[in-house]
Write a protein that binds this ligand. Structure first.
Ligand code: PLP
Length: 391
């Protein structure tokens, strides 16, 4: 009855864990949820006020399919201010979240017979965005001791005449890894030689802790086939407002707008008005949230590395850690896989995490530190107890 297309999509593992946490909570269990992919802060006050004002001012109708001119101008201004990148409004599209932007770009550039490079561990949605177009995702290994940068020998063997795209996501979900400029430059060079589109998902741009962020497009040569994907979700704690955007080649942007116009009509008008305030208004909340995340990152990495048999390199960004627990796993042991460990933590300690296999990172478990200090402390205590039980 259903199409092949829908059969190529797998449900999001992270959303599945969030649903499990909710189920457990509904039975009265005191759950600690470290599976979340969103800031635990409210949307900043100035942005909420802009949303309320937008309703009162009557911004409650359809907007142009690719977003309002005012918001596109705000994006142009943001990219000039933060990234020293100079786009025109015709090179910008606003979508219903970064996810929607990525989905649309895959739809307009990839099709059956194409291959798209994805670095593993990867954000759960990348393979599905690609697969639904009919193209094949091709996975490339990364180095966990080097911020999960690509293993270039592996990348080179995976490129062929069918390769149409490479997806970069630095800072990364699920690893938190932030690549050095040299690694990005090497990917750009390989892409240039083979005339491949580079997608740079930069939605965690503002959450880098050890050095200033460098957008992939800043490293690219003029006119190169690079698309930048951005979002208000993580930077401004606006996950529910659903505003993301893409910057890049005019023709691709135009095609994405055509697709969007015939699918969602336009992004939410009120959220677009609020996003103008987010991008061009006071940025002090962004810094405040980043400082808190950095403290939490340092705490959780320190606790993890004190645990016997656990290794966790300090990730440079996002709000995830992706430690390796493979020394606790084996065919003849109680815990055989990262999924077993994640389930054990859920059932025995009511601690919700996401198993690494969902991200192509078997042996690892993802912990989000978008949670209170108290919950992080409790969670690390539960994990320590668990690993003692399993040793
Ligand atoms: N890209 C990555 C790597 C993400 O982790 C997420 C959200 O979890 C997104 C894109 C999409 O975010 P949104 O659609 O809320 O902008």
């Amino acid at each position: 009855m259903l199409t092949d297309r829908i059969g190529r999509i797998t449900p999001s593992a992270t959303l599945a864990m969030t649903a499990k946490a909710a189920e457990l909570r509904a039975t009265g269990v005191d759950v600690i949820n470290l599976s979340v992919g969103e800031p635990d802060f409210p949307t900043p006050e100035n942005i909420r006020a802009a949303g309320k004002k937008a309703i009162d001012d009557g911004h409650t109708r359809y907007t142009p399919g690719g977003g309002t001119m005012e918001l596109k101008k705000a994006v142009v201004e943001k990219m000039r201010r933060d990234n020293d990148l100079h786009y025109e409004t015709g090179e910008i599209i606003i979508s219903c979240g970064g996810k929607h932007s990525l989905y649309n770009a895959c739809q307009v550039l990839f099709q059956t017979g194409d291959e798209v490079i994805i670095f593993a561990p990867y954000w759960v949605s990348f393979p599905d965005f690609v697969a639904v177009t009919g193209a094949a995702p091709v996975f490339v290994n990364t180095d966990s001791s080097r911020q999960f940068e690509p293993v270039f020998e592996d990348l080179k063997t995976k490129i062929n005449s069918r390769t149409k795209g490479i997806i970069i996501n630095s800072p990364s979900n699920p690893t938190g890894g932030v690549w050095r400029d040299e690694a990005v430059l090497e990917v750009l060079e390989i892409a240039r030689e083979s005339d491949i589109w580079v997608f740079s998902d930069e939605c965690y741009e503002q959450l880098t802790y050890d050095r200033p962020y460098v957008s992939t497009s800043m490293l690219a040569e003029k006119g190169e086939k690079v698309l930048t994907f951005q979002s208000c979700s993580k930077t401004y704690a606006m996950t529910g407002w659903r505003i993301g955007y893409t910057a890049g080649d005019k023709n691709v942007i135009k095609a994405m707008a055509k697709l969007q116009g015939q699918s969602t009509s336009c992004p939410n008008s009120i959220a677009q008005a609020a996003a103008i305030e987010a991008l061009t208004g006071d940025q002090s909340e962004v810094k405040r949230m980043r400082d808190i995340f950095k403290k939490r990152r340092d705490y959780i990495v320190n606790r993890l590395n004190q645990m016997e048999g656990v290794s966790c390199d300090t990730p440079g960004g996002a709000f995830y850690v992706f430690p390796d627990f493979s020394s606790y796993m084996g065919e003849d042991r109680k815990i055989k896989s990262s999924n077993d460990l994640s389930m054990y933590l859920l059932e025995q300690k009511a601690l919700v995490t996401v198993a690494g296999d969902a991200f192509g990172g078997e042996g690892h478990v993802r912990f989000s530190y978008a949670a209170s200090d108290e919950n992080l402390e409790k969670a690390m205590g539960f994990l320590k107890e668990t690993l003692k039980e399993l040793a």
